[in-house]
Design a protein around this ligand. Structure first.
Ligand code: ADP
Length: 216
């Protein structure tokens, strides 16, 4: 097993899906499994992950800023991502570290594009600018119906974006499904309604396959 992970090139894996689809749960399971194998890992979460990006996160998720326009939201999200990419992700990958992102560029296309209705072509360009044109090697999409989301029921605690409601989350979900088809070289769609351990096993198997196929 250890031999599979002796590459000195960093691997970049992102997790995507609507709010409460189980991303954070799967991110931490994958991280511990990699750490058990002696793999150096770095976890980043969006929006946030650097001093500047966390400040932007506070603005983005603040429920008092209900007047925020969709364009402002898209620019703040990608500003946060630009700092995270430059300060954390690129240096880690250059050191051969395994980077796991709890959300990355596809979230902008799904939420600000599919959810808020902004022009997707423009957002793709904005994303590429913010990420220095870096894409994840693998993107796990945890696909779940918004009605079955594991946390949207606690709506009174929802942040500004989660609070946008079920219909909004359904639009986000359908955009994610389109992205999975468009970027089928890196997207792996997983049925998020399965049990935590079944989902984790699938993710682990796909991660190992990626290593075997690409990093020998
Ligand atoms: P996200 O990061 O996508 O918002 P979380 O990983 O925080 O979602 O999960 C939200 C809640 O649902 C947590 O309480 C978690 O324990 C639970 N949960 C996560 N995945 C599953 C699953 N596959 N089945 C049932 N409950 C789950």
């Amino acid at each position: 097993m250890m031999k599979m992970f002796t590459s000195n090139k960093g691997v970049f894996i992102s997790f995507e899906g609507i709010d409460g689809c189980g991303k954070s749960t799967q991110v931490s399971l994958l991280l511990s499994r990699l750490n058990d194998q002696g793999i150096k890992t770095k976890l980043v979460r969006e929006p946030g992950g650097t001093k500047i990006s966390e400040k932007i996160r506070n603005i983005l998720l603040n429920k008092n800023y209900y007047e925020m326009s969709s364009r402002t939201e898209a620019l703040l999200m990608t500003a946060s991502r630009a700092q995270l990419t430059k300060e954390e992700i690129i240096p880690a990958l250059e050191k051969g570290i395994f980077v796991i992102a709890d959300r990355f560029k596809d979230s902008t296309l799904a939420y600000q594009g599919g959810g808020r209705g902004l022009n997707t072509e423009f957002l793709i360009g904005l994303n590429d600018f913010a990420t220095f044109e870096i894409d994840p090697d693998l993107t796990f999409l945890l696909d779940i119906d918004a009605k079955d989301s594991f946390s949207l029921s606690k709506i009174e605690n929802a942040d500004r974006i989660e609070g946008a409601g079920i219909e909004f989350q359904q639009k986000v979900r359908s955009e994610y499904n389109k992205l999975a088809k468009l970027y089928d070289d890196r997207f792996i769609t997983i049925d998020g309604s399965k049990s935590i351990s079944v989902i984790h096993s699938t993710i682990w198997e796909k991660t190992i396959n990626f290593f075997n196929e690409n990093l020998k």
